[in-house]
Design a protein around this ligand. Structure first.
Ligand SMILES: NC(=O)c1ccc[n+]([C@@H]2O[C@H](COP(=O)([O-])OP(=O)(O)OC[C@H]3O[C@@H](n4cnc5c(N)ncnc54)[C@H](O)[C@@H]3O)[C@@H](O)[C@H]2O)c1
Ligand SMILES: O=CCc1c[nH]c2ccc(O)cc12
Length: 442
């Protein structure tokens, strides 16, 4: 089942004999989905060499030729006029072998958002998924193979921190694009700096959502739910600090709690389900720990925050929890300062625009932000003043692939998606052309 575009050591990865099991069981009850052995130095080196060999052929192909196997955006340079009819032009050239390292929360998208622009620009990619989610990158490799991507150009290596380190330190790697936590991002940047490799860092967040009293309240409530409970709250750009203008706080809380309590939690394969299980037992315990800590620090749990045992016997033992709304929060609380990465919304009152912007920006993160208001001038003024890579106006968590995405401050740098991504997977060559005689000083 594994195509040649996927570089895999024979014992690195194999699916367990589980096809009869429902995915909900596999996901929720801790059964083994697959066995894999982390790639060591020899396997990583083999993958990078194989990617490099494919890159040497792929880079020579014109954009139109590459477009036959992968949809290629317009990759173009500039023409610059110089005195005497001379001119210069720029070419966008590939970087070489790029490494992608992914987090577990959006495993297929992360692998696609990194590899598609990398390949479109003429690079090869060696991708390492999170050990929590090893399968979907392999499926992506199969899709690439079916589309006609040359063997070796997109390789998947399995493993955790040690394999990631080997990839970042490999001398033949030109760039590392990393998605994950801030502490790991710092290590990746440090290792890449030693080899003067380019880096894109897509890191964590603790994004603010500002709800003004002149908002359309139903939309603001729906936006707050989208900002906090999408995929169990395991989303980097979630707006988990919900600042609500004091005058509308009672109505907001009433509506948000009513809707939160009604969220159907259970089997993710059923149409009616809106929230599934968290990724793992330790992660569930960590998220529940944040709720306990919030209570100790004075927050009031308006709903949820406890484990759920679904009635379906197939889901027993799954890592489910009830989505949680926390009131009485203050900016200095742990639940307001730290990324929880689970279904926990912290609600905070504010009085003025100036005050809330200052509080929203008082964080080392800067991934996303949001504002609900009917005042068009206020909306754009707030968007300008919030220190974040994205600001959603009157909605939240809208990320089409044609729109750039990335962080400010410690949430990272570089951008994924949109036309701008081309700049992060190519380098500019300047060619200067003399049309007259050489005017030598010597
Ligand atoms: N900004 C974004 O686009 C974005 C998207 C998704 C997730 N995230 C962030 O990811 C985090 C959750 O994901 P996670 O728990 O998988 O993050 P993580 O930092 O623990 O791991 C991310 C990846 O790095 C690898 N890794 C770990 N140590 C490494 C090392 N020393 N060298 C190289 N690679 C190493 C892991 O195996 C994994 O593949 C959250 O903070 C979330 O906000 C950010
Ligand atoms: O967890 C983060 C989810 C996310 C949503 N949109 C985008 C776009 C690009 C990314 O790297 C991550 C995300």
């Amino acid at each position: 089942m594994i195509g040649c575009t996927t570089w895999l050591h024979p014992y690195v990865f194999y699916l367990g004999a589980q096809p009869a099991c429902k995915p909900a069981n596999l996901v929720c009850v801790g059964r083994i989905l697959c066995q894999m052995v982390p790639c060591g130095a020899e396997e990583v080196d083999e993958a990078i060499k194989s990617a490099h060999a494919a890159y040497l052929q792929w880079r020579k192909m014109a954009g139109m030729e590459r477009a036959r196997v992968i949809c290629v955006l317009f990759i173009k340079g500039q023409h610059i006029q110089l005195p005497g009819g001379s001119f210069a032009y720029t070419r966008r050239e590939p970087l070489g072998v790029c490494v992608g390292i992914g987090a577990w929360n959006y495993p297929f998208q992360i692998a696609s958002w990194k590899s598609a622009p990398a390949l479109a620009c003429g690079n090869a990619m060696v991708f390492k998924p999170s050990p929590m989610t090893p399968v979907t990158a392999v499926i992506l490799a199969e899709i690439y193979k079916e589309a006609g991507v040359p063997d070796g150009l997109f390789c998947v290596v399995q493993g955790g921190a040690d394999t990631g380190t080997l990839l970042c330190q490999h001398p033949k790697v030109a760039k590392v694009s990393f998605t994950g936590s801030v502490p790991t991002g710092k290590k990746v940047m440090e290792m890449s700096a030693k080899g003067v490799k380019q880096v894109t860092l897509e890191l964590g967040g603790k994004s603010p959502l500002l709800i003004f009293k002149d908002c359309e309240l139903e939309n603001a409530v729906k936006g707050a739910l989208m900002a906090n409970f999408l995929t169990q709250g395991e989303v980097c750009c979630n707006g988990t600090r919900v600042y609500v203008q004091r005058e509308i706080m009672p109505q907001f809380l009433e509506k948000v709690v009513k809707r939160t309590k009604a969220i159907p939690v259970g089997d993710p394969l059923l149409d009616g389900t809106r929230m599934g299980a968290l990724i793992s037992k330790p992660h569930l315990e960590k998220v529940l720990g944040f709720v306990s800590q919030a209570k100790k620090e004075g927050a009031k749990v308006l709903c949820g925050g406890e484990p759920i045992v679904p009635s379906d016997p197939n889901l027993k033992g799954g890592y489910f929890m009830a989505p949680c709304v926390l009131d009485n929060c203050r900016d200095d609380m742990t639940c307001v300062k730290e990324e929880i990465f689970g279904p926990v919304m912290s609600v905070l009152p504010f009085d003025t625009e100036e005050e809330v912007i200052g509080r929203a920006n008082n964080t080392t993160f800067g991934l996303a932000s949001g504002v609900f208001t009917r005042d068009i001038s206020r909306a754009h003024r707030v968007a300008e003043n919030l220190e974040a890579g994205t600001c959603f106006i009157n909605n939240y968590n809208i990320s089409p692939v044609e729109v750039p995405f990335g962080g400010y401050k410690m949430s990272g740098f570089g951008r994924e998606n949109g036309q701008v991504t081309i700049e992060y997977y190519s380098q500019l060559k300047t060619v200067v052309v003399e049309m007259g005689d050489v005017d030598s000083l010597f």
